[in-house]
Design a protein around this ligand. Structure first.
Ligand code: SF4
Length: 434
């Protein structure tokens, strides 16, 4: 935590994307519809791997250093920050849209300020695991791994997809970790989905102005393709995990028969590591079939644990909000690990209604972990699409985290799926040694 003597200054950008500080204005944060001063203790230096965005046709909001009044920065365009994984953003950037402001692409727009030569952001390091620290990736080793795995599995469409699309085009950290032979390996398996998330990163409706940053997987892998590289990874990687359900596919539970067969075959060859599924949790019956054959862990994604906020975002096909909670209950019943992949929207996530609903879900389902994820979405577009006209008084994301931890001391916080070494052993692993 930084010890700031004063609030950081607002940043603005010119038409060429050059960024400047405006030292007549202190930076503020956005929560829901409202601009708010940010407590100094909430700032951290923008970590390596972070980046800045110019927000087109948007003016930043700040507090006048002299008058203490909130006003717009009219020197240039608003600026926001991308906060790298393992840190949870506590406030959106605060800005006012001009008439012609286009919808922003699917990134997370965190407040950012300038303080004594540094970019600083209101965020909290929620995960000590270093698996996606950008300084930990070596592209040369990734490319060597790609050559080696393609030679080892010449006819494997999944390995080819992970190489060509995920590691080399999207620079997906999970795929790059796989080709570096470590930690969590992705297993995309489903070209289809039974949700229609507004912020889907693998498929967006033709008539939508925003585009999905990845293309949806175009084939259905066989269990054979999955098993041959998954067993090898579980056997050889440190802290090994294989995870079904990735950003470049639809919903893996729609491929549950293939996944079930894969788990059966994998466990014939190795008992090592964790077999995890990242999912929308829509099919609890399928989840039970996977638990019966050895699924170790589930991560259920959601923008909210309130149906009135869930339904207009996920637009579910043939399943109900309650089904996702039932999927968590079932994995707990079989002794598996259960996480919520929780998209944090300051102004909604930290509302009293969401807090009370979250308490109930934790009690009812026995949830073991919350992964506090930054919500990659244009906040105005999201509020408009969910037809939210006002956001109530909020407690602050940090306070929400503290209140839940006080009531549920065994509830774990993080950003990534934990390996078996953390699930069964010391959850607070010393990652400096990994
Ligand atoms: S569940 Fe995943 S793949 Fe399906 S619509 Fe939502 S984000 Fe897209």
């Amino acid at each position: 935590m930084m010890e700031l003597k004063y609030s950081p200054y607002v940043l603005y950008a010119d038409d060429d994307g050059n960024v400047f500080e405006d030292n007549s204005l202190y930076v503020v944060g956005r929560t829901g519809f409202y601009a708010k001063p940010i407590p100094k203790e909430d700032f951290i230096e923008l970590p390596e791997g972070g980046s800045l965005y110019t927000l087109p046709h948007r003016r930043g909001v700040g507090i006048d250093v002299e008058t203490g009044e909130m006003r717009l920065c009219d020197k240039g365009w608003a600026v926001a920050a991308f906060v790298p994984p393992a840190r949870t953003s506590l406030y959106f950037a605060s800005f006012m849209n001009e008439e012609e402001a286009p919808t922003l692409p699917l990134f997370c727009y965190t407040a950012v300020g300038w303080y004594e030569g540094q970019f600083v952001v209101p965020a909290a390091r929620i995960e000590q695991d270093i698996r996606q620290e950008c300084e930990g990736f070596d592209q040369e080793i990734v490319e060597q791994g790609i050559v080696e795995m393609r030679k080892r599995y010449p006819h494997n469409r999944v390995v080819d997809h992970l190489a060509e699309n995920c590691a080399l085009s999207y620079h997906c950290p999970a795929a790059r970790n796989y080709f570096m032979g470590r930690w969590e390996a992705p297993i995309p398996s489903s070209p289809a989905c039974n949700s229609n998330c507004l912020g889907c990163i693998s498929e967006q409706p033709e008539d939508e102005t925003i585009i999905s940053p990845q293309d949806r997987l175009g084939f259905k892998p066989t269990a054979g393709e999955i098993v041959e590289f998954a067993v090898d990874h579980l056997e050889t990687a440190p802290f090994p995990i294989v995870s079904f359900g990735q950003g470049c596919e639809g919903e893996p539970l729609l491929m549950w028969e293939t996944i079930r067969e894969s788990i059966i075959q994998i466990r014939k060859f190795t008992q090592k590591g964790s077999i995890n599924i990242n999912t929308n949790g829509s099919k609890p019956d399928a989840v039970e079939e996977l638990c019966k054959v050895g699924l170790n862990s589930i991560r259920v994604s959601t923008n909210s644990v309130q149906k009135w906020l869930y339904d207009p975002y996920y637009l579910p096909n043939n399943y109900e909000f309650e089904d996702i909670l039932e999927s968590i209950r079932i994995v707990n019943k079989y002794g598996g690990w259960t996480s919520l992949n929780y998209f944090v929207f300051p102004g909604l996530t930290d509302s009293e209604g969401e807090y009370q609903a979250l308490r109930q879900v934790i009690k009812d389902t026995g949830l073991k972990m919350i992964q506090w994820r930054n919500f990659s979405i244009d906040p105005d577009w999201y509020l408009e699409k969910l037809e939210i006209e006002d956001t109530s008084e909020t407690m602050g994301v940090k306070t929400l985290m503290q209140k839940l931890k006080a009531e549920f001391p065994d509830l774990k916080y993080g950003y990534y799926n934990p390996p078996m070494e953390r699930i069964n052993g010391n959850f607070e692993l010393d990652f400096a040694r990994v």
